[in-house]
Design a protein around this ligand. Structure first.
Ligand SMILES: C[S@@+](CC[C@H](N)C(=O)[O-])C[C@H]1O[C@@H](n2cnc3c(N)ncnc32)[C@H](O)[C@@H]1O
Length: 274
């Protein structure tokens, strides 16, 4: 890694909006921008733009993790207060928030297609792990969640601990460091388009690495602004391209703003993550 790459990455990590992002992802984007012949200043701007488009744009304002944790601690003893609070917290991540109007239906319909699930890998999870109580998992299920914001990951680990979920969250850039633990189910929700903005073949690479008996792969079918713009057919075609030639059974589910594919793969998965 050159001094210039370090210096561009340090300038990006110095701003509050990007300070919690996994440094190796910031460095990789900075290196790619510098390799296009950009100046230091241009590379800082381009790196921030990329990180905004594929990650920060989903965070609606200040992420108040300490306050949210305190609220969870207060609310959790009262079982009736849990889901309303979790719903409110999930509004802080645009991608997770968009699912709230049909959250019950979402996991009911998906899990109806699956055998009992004992382990989950939630890739580029956003705040989706807060939807854990909506997922009809096996009683002994383990939940592994990964994303690039270290402060969000700390909060999710606190959430797991506080609520007694057997789970762990890890700060990871899945472009280079995706968990390869064998799992029953991998959730890859609305993530492939984000990753493919950074690396053209990221979707194929990711699907090739994940060791899961079942995959739930989803795509937004409306933009963050609510427009449709032919997204559904574009992403259905992209999914077909990515899974061409697979020995798999696939069921398509259409929700108001999300296109979901539930995939059962004909692969042997030997053990479970923990
Ligand atoms: C569209 S959101 C989806 C969030 C969540 N899966 C959901 O649907 O509720 C994309 C997520 O990918 C994360 N992300 C972007 N680039 C990533 C990377 N290289 N490695 C891991 N996560 C990444 C972002 O931080 C963001 O939370």
């Amino acid at each position: 890694m050159t001094t210039l790459v370090h210096s561009v990455a340090a300038a990006v990590l110095n701003s509050r909006k990007y300070q919690a992002i996994a440094p190796e992802l910031v460095e990789a984007i900075a290196a790619a921008e510098l390799s296009k012949g950009r100046s230091h200043k241009e590379a800082v701007k381009a790196t921030k733009n990329q990180l905004h488009r594929s990650a920060a744009v989903y965070q609606s304002g200040r992420m108040e993790y300490d306050r949210w944790l305190a609220e969870l601690q207060m609310a959790w003893p009262d079982a009736t207060a849990r889901q309303p609070l979790l719903r409110r917290l999930m509004t802080a991540h645009a991608s997770t928030s968009e699912r709230l109007p049909f959250l019950d239906d979402f996991y009911t319909r998906i899990f109806a297609l699956l055998p009992p699930v004992h382990s989950v890998l939630d890739i580029a999870c956003g705040l989706n792990p807060l939807a854990h109580p909506w997922m009809p998992l096996a009683a002994d299920a383990f939940y592994l969640a990964v994303d690039i914001f270290s402060d969000q990951i700390t909060f999710l680990n606190d959430f797991f601990r506080l609520t007694g979920v057997a789970g762990r969250a890890e700060t990871r850039n899945v472009l280079t460091d995706c968990p390869a633990d064998p799992v029953d189910l991998a959730l890859i929700l609305k993530t492939i388009p984000c990753l493919e903005q950074m690396e053209k073949d990221a979707g194929a690479k990711l699907l090739g690495q994940v060791q899961a008996r079942h995959l739930v792969v989803s795509f937004p079918s409306r933009s963050l602004g609510g427009r449709q713009k032919g997204m559904e057919s574009t992403y259905a075609a992209r999914f077909a391209e990515l899974t061409e030639g697979w020995d798999a059974t696939t069921t398509r589910l259409d929700f108001a703003n999300e296109l979901v594919f539930v995939v059962g793969r004909g692969i042997a998965v030997s053990s479970q993550c923990h």
